[in-house]
Design a protein around this ligand. Structure first.
Ligand code: GDP
Length: 301
């Protein structure tokens, strides 16, 4: 239910666009395809995906042969679902069946990174797992306090050092504690200073090295948090972060307040990075795993 509500604004974007497309519908001709492409672009699915979908539909006789606008609508939805399914990206978080799972979280300030970590910590704690948080965004004292607050909220311990400390040292301490005390999951918050890419890259590299020294196949996930309300800006952030460090999944936050949820399709299509988590609100349980087909079909309901 929460999920359904959260997509309301995005769904309106899609339904308004498609209603307009079909309101003046006469026939499937070149003008129709151009309007379709425009409608898709306006729905934030990204120019590339809009063009690809339109081009493929243009080549197929299906649309021309459709008997009604409802059929047309359905054919367009199926084409988008197909394109999405074709990517076959893993959408489940890589939890180790044995031993410690280490997840790094990256993203610019304000996108909902800390909130996502807090929600995820609560989820795993509820599943009976032993969860530890590492406050490796030592750049801002506020960020440390905030993570500690989330830890308190869900009854999860947080490893901290004073603001200004070496982030890698925080991670080192957290790993030592996690190993010594048999934790199942370590979630690491990092600083998201994209404006200083060299520093950010060095910082993440050092954190990565510290982790690998302890656990060679970790981090098991590097999750980039993106704010769905920022639309195509989020895509730009994803591109920039990908250039700094490999991203294994995206947590798309604030879908509840966004009319631009269509960017999920744009992210997957243009970056080939799976969306793994979606944020649907500010509360502890407003986080869900992402299901591609369910999501795409939901947009056109
Ligand atoms: P960070 O700087 O990236 O760590 O961002 P925060 O986790 O501090 O979140 C910034 C703001 O966004 C806070 O006011 C959060 O309550 C809010 N927020 C985070 N995730 C969501 C979400 O999924 N939905 C809504 N509506 N707000 C969110």
């Amino acid at each position: 239910k929460k999920y359904e509500q959260s997509l309301t604004l995005t769904r309106k974007t899609f339904s308004d666009g498609f209603n307009e497309l079909f309101a003046n519908f006469r026939t499937v001709d070149e003008e129709f395809f151009e309007e379709l492409e425009e409608t898709l672009i306006m729905s934030d699915v990204g120019v590339d995906l809009a063009m690809e979908v339109t081009e493929e539909l243009r080549k197929e006789a299906k649309l021309v042969n459709a008997k009604s606008t409802d059929d047309l609508r359905q054919l367009i939805i199926e084409k988008i679902v197909d394109k999405f399914d074709g990517e076959k990206l893993p959408t489940k978080l890589d939890i180790q069946s044995d031993g410690l799972s280490v997840f790094l979280f990256v993203g610019v300030n304000g996108v909902g990174k800390t909130t996502t970590i807090g929600k995820l910590a609560a989820r795993y704690k509820n599943e009976g797992k032993k969860v530890l948080l590492a406050a490796a965004d030592t750049f801002r004292a506020g960020a440390i306090d905030q993570l500690v607050e989330w830890g308190n909220r869900s009854g999860v311990e947080v490893v901290t050092k004073p603001a200004g400390s070496d982030p890698a040292a925080v991670v080192f301490d957290a790993l030592a504690k996690a190993k010594a005390e048999n934790y199942d999951i370590l979630l690491v918050d990092t600083a998201g200073r994209l404006q200083n890419k060299d520093n950010l890259m060095k910082e993440l590299e050092k954190i990565g090295k510290v982790i690998k020294r302890e656990i060679p196949d970790a981090p098991h996930e590097t999750i980039l948090a993106l704010d769905a309300t920022t639309g195509q800006n989020a895509i730009q952030q994803a591109k920039e972060f990908s250039a700094v460090t490999p991203i294994t999944g995206i947590a798309l936050t604030k879908l509840d307040g966004s009319a631009k949820g269509g960017i999920v399709l744009s992210i997957v299509q243009s970056l080939k990075i799976p969306v793994k988590l979606i944020g649907l609100g500010e509360k502890l349980n407003d986080l869900q795993d992402f299901d591609e087909e369910f999501f795409v079909r939901g947009l056109f309901k």
